[in-house]
Design a protein around this ligand. Sequence first.
Ligand SMILES: [Fe+2]
Length: 230
Amino acid sequence: MNDMTRQADLDPPYLYPGYRSTTLRAPLEPLAALPRGALDVPGPFVPKGFVRDKDNDLTVHGKSAPLGEKMILVGRILDEDGRPVRHSLVEVWQANASGRYSHPGDQHDAPLDPNFTGIGKTLTDDEGRYRFVTIKPGAYPWQNHPFAWRPNHIHFSLLGNAPVQRLITQMYFPGDPLMAIDPVFNSVPDAAARERMISTLVLETGIEGIALGYRFDIVLAGAKSTPMGM
Ligand SMILES: [Fe+2]
């Protein structure tokens, strides 16, 4: 059956035994067929006021600056034909500089940062551009296998122009040695597609003397799409 939500060559399979939690969540039954056109509905719409000023700056919500390496993250959201996805919701979540999420589910023995929740959101502009101010997330251990550590990464959720375009992905950092041994990163079968999950260091998009700059463009569909579904 044609699975409209993923591309077999570019997106990770639902079941990738090396990434242990996929064995619990992968569908056991054949996918249900949707009536033709069922997903061709307008929207999704983001309620007015849902995104506020400063929601794209993760460094200004505490009493002082969060610990860590400050960075500016910019990029564009593009459709299959390279057209900008305009005024579309981009959400991010990430660990703090010590590799700990501000979430009760994270019991990793690393310090919480009272000045960093690691959650941000913004809308793309007329050119499909987004911009976040944040700090570089730390690597963290997880229970997947002995000595398992996730590479530095930022989680993204994008709504796109239609519900079927909703994308969840993870952005990585260039040169991180943990990528090579990460089952989440490596669950994407195609090497070129894996590269499209790695941001680029672009110093000029940073702030001189204050923040490093990274660029991460995201393509929602097509042969050059950013891998989704992890
Ligand atoms: Fe994570």
